[in-house]
Design a protein around this ligand. Sequence first.
Ligand SMILES: Nc1nc2c(c(=O)[nH]1)N(C=O)[C@@H](CNc1ccc(C(=O)N[C@@H](CCC(=O)O)C(=O)O)cc1)CN2
Ligand SMILES: Nc1nc2c(ncn2[C@@H]2O[C@H](COP(=O)(O)OP(=O)(O)OP(=O)(O)O)[C@@H](O)[C@H]2O)c(=O)[nH]1
Ligand SMILES: [K+]
Length: 457
Amino acid sequence: METDTIAAIATPMGEGAIGIVRVSGPDAIPIVNKLFRGKDLSRVASHTIHYGHLVDPATGETVEEVLVAVMRAPRTYTREDVVEINCHGGIVTTSRVLQLVLDHGARLAEPGEFTKRAFLNGRIDLAQAEAVIDLIRAKTDRAMAVALQQMEGRLSNLIRRLRRRIVELLAHIEVTIDYPEHDVEEVTRSLLLERCREIGAEIDRLLETARQGKILREGVATAIVGRPNVGKSSLLNALAHEARAIVTDIPGTTRDLIEEQVNVRGIPLRLIDTAGIRDTEDLVERIGVQRAQEVLQTADLVLLVLNHSEPLTATDRQLIDMTRTLNTIVVVNKADLPRRIELDEVRAAFADRPVVLTSMRTEEGLDELEDAIARQFYTGNVPAGDLTYVSNVRHIRLLREARAALNEAIAGVEAGVPVDTVAIDLKRCFDRLGEIIGETASEELIDQIFRQFCLGK
Ligand SMILES: Nc1nc2c(c(=O)[nH]1)N(C=O)[C@@H](CNc1ccc(C(=O)N[C@@H](CCC(=O)O)C(=O)O)cc1)CN2
Ligand SMILES: Nc1nc2c(ncn2[C@@H]2O[C@H](COP(=O)(O)OP(=O)(O)OP(=O)(O)O)[C@@H](O)[C@H]2O)c(=O)[nH]1
Ligand SMILES: [K+]
C-alpha cells in the first residue's frame, strides 16, 4: 500500500456547474477534515456526502461552499480512503481548493495515478486499466461497448482461463519428467497436442476479432490492379451498384492515391486507385515497380483484373508475379467474349486463391466475386454479443507472440522434442498472456501505460 495521499482535479479544466477535487490515500479523510466546517468527517459512514464549507485554517477565510463525499477503504475506486470535494465549477475555485489540500499534506497525483493505485491494490488488472483509457477516448458506440466489456474483465477472465490451462499442461510435463515411463510420456504428448491446438484456436479467435474490429473501423484496403482496358472502372462501378452516388472521393493518405469507399455485403472496402494507372500504358512502368509493390503490400485485399478475351501479356505475367503471394482474388473479366487467356496458367499461379470469371457487361460472376470477398473478411456464425473483442495494439502484439510460442510448442511435440524443451515454449506463451493482464509486466511498462491517462483519473 502507498503511504502518500494524492490529490487532483477530476473534472475537465474549464467552466462547469461542478468541479471535483479527488483525494486518495491514508490521510485523505484527516486532511480534508482539517479544512472542512460541517460534520466531523472522521465519524461519518462510508459512501455518504456532506454539506459544508472549506475554510483556510491559516487565515480563517471561507474558501468554498462544498459537498464532500467520503468513501472508506477498501470498497473504493483506489481501494484506499477517498474523499471527493464537489466545488462550484470553474478553474479558479477548483484550483484554489486543490491548492489548499496540497498545502495540508497531500501531493499532486500523476496522470492516471488513481487508476494505477486501483491496479497496484489489485482491484483491476492491467487490461481493465487500459480499458479505462479506451473508454474515455471512445469515439463510437462500438468502441465504447468494447472498452466497457474489457473494463468489466471479460478479456481478462478469458486470458486467465487460458493461462490456467497452460499451467495444467506444465504440471503434466512435470509429472512426465519425474516419472519418465514411456506410456506416461505418450499420453502427455497426445494431450499436449490436443490442448495446445485448443488454446491456439482460442487465441486465433481473439486475433480474428481484432482484425474484424480494424476492418469495421478502417475498411478493407483494397487495390484494384490490371492492364488498361481490362475493366477496372467497370468493376468498381459494379461493386458500388446503384450506390454509386454515395461513392466518395477521399483524398488518399499518400499523394497521387485516390480512395473510394464501397460496401460489399456490409464489408466496407476502401478501394485504392493509383492515379494515372487507368489512362496509361502500364502500371509497372508508370508508377514504378517499387511504388506498385508498396501499394500492393499495404493492401488487405488485391483484386487482380485480367482480360478473358486476350492472351496473357508480359505485364499480366508481371502483375501475377507481384500478387500471387498476397491476399489476391483474380477477376478474369470479359467472360462474355471468347476465351483467349491461358486460364490454366492463371489457376496454377494462384493455386489456393479464388479465380472468378466475370463479365461486367452481363453481370455474370458478380455474385460469386462478392461471395469470395465476403468469405475473406467475415467469420459469420459467431453471435456478436458472445465475442470478446480485442482492440488494443499491445494486446494484439502479445497475443501474436503467445500464438508464435504455442506454435513452437506444437512443432516441438510433433518433432518429438523432449517435453521439458516444449515446456519452455509453453512458459513463454504463459508469460506473454500474463503481460496482457499485467501479471508479468515490468514497472517501466506499467508507468508507460498509466502516463497516457489524463490528470485526476
Ligand atoms: N464521483 C465519481 N464519479 C465516478 C467515478 C468516481 O471515482 N467518482 N468513477 C471513477 O472514475 C467512475 C465510477 N467507477 C467506480 C468504480 C469502482 C468504484 C468502487 O468503489 N468499487 C468498489 C466497490 C464499491 C461497491 O460495490 O460499493 C470495489 O470494487 O471494491 C467506484 C467508482 C465514474 N463516476
Ligand atoms: N465485352 C465486355 N466489355 C467490357 C467488360 N468490362 C468492361 N468492358 C469494356 O471494356 C472497356 C474498358 O473498360 P474499363 O472499365 O474502362 O476498363 P479499365 O480497366 O478501367 O480501363 P483503363 O481506365 O483504361 O485502365 C469499356 O469499353 C467497357 O465497356 C466485360 O465484361 N465485357
Ligand atoms: K471538521
